[in-house]
Design a protein around this ligand. Sequence first.
Ligand code: TA6
Length: 278
Amino acid sequence: MIVHNKLANGFAYIEVNNSSAEAKIALQGAHLFHYKRVGEEPVLWLSEVSDFEADKAIRGGVPVCWPWFGFNEDKTLPQHGFARTALWEFVCGDEVDEKSSSVTIKLTHSDETLKMWPYKFLLELKITISDKLVMELKTTNLDDKSFSITQALHTYFSVSHISDVTIKGLDNKPYLDALTWKKELQKGDITFNQEVDRVYQEVDCEIVLSDKKRVIHVRNENSSSVVVWNPWIEKCGRMSGMKKDAYESMLCIESANAFDDFKVIKPQESHTLMAAIY
Ligand code: TA6
């Protein structure tokens, strides 16, 4: 079942239910903010104090960072781009079968976006909901000149407790430590006892997130960069839309084309960033 709903304040979202899973996707930012497989706890973390208001990014779920990841050279422009707070347009819903549904939402250039980023584009996000979550973020260049993007599906995972978490699959991968801006090399599995904000490069394999509750796999296509982030205590206390102890129950593993993994798209050509979570 695919239903269009609104919160009391008019905030529009799409609700998906099938025999495998349920999901909720806001039209603002094409922001998947709930994904739960039948019989399990939600896979995605969502802040208890997140805003659901126009022009404010939902804290949690899967923010779409586009057409840049991180800060823009022009500091008056929003971190992680404008796509996650823009109002997207529902394109179609498809009940593939009783176990799988897909929803496609699009965003295209406007006077407002052209002021921030002077290129004509079509951005489409196709989300397939079953016992596997598949997100395909397709950028098409509608302009007459090439453009370069960086992007991320900034996925917030719900975890039993951050101290229980181990991430496998990034051993021996180089990363940019966003806390020191130094390049480092990952040694072994990733565990957490402090703030972690790292952009891994040369990633070409499945990533495995395990905690006390379950094991989650992340596999990306057309991406060789992955961001791992937990704000830990001090930063969490300063983050908008996060309770001070939120760091204990969340972890971001972001499927990206970030920093060295930027993508140049020629006129009339496309690039699709795919993330599968299962
Ligand atoms: O992806 C990690 C990161 O860039 C962190 O540095 C932190 O800023 C996080 O994203 C959240 O950013 P936001 O703009 O959603 O508050």
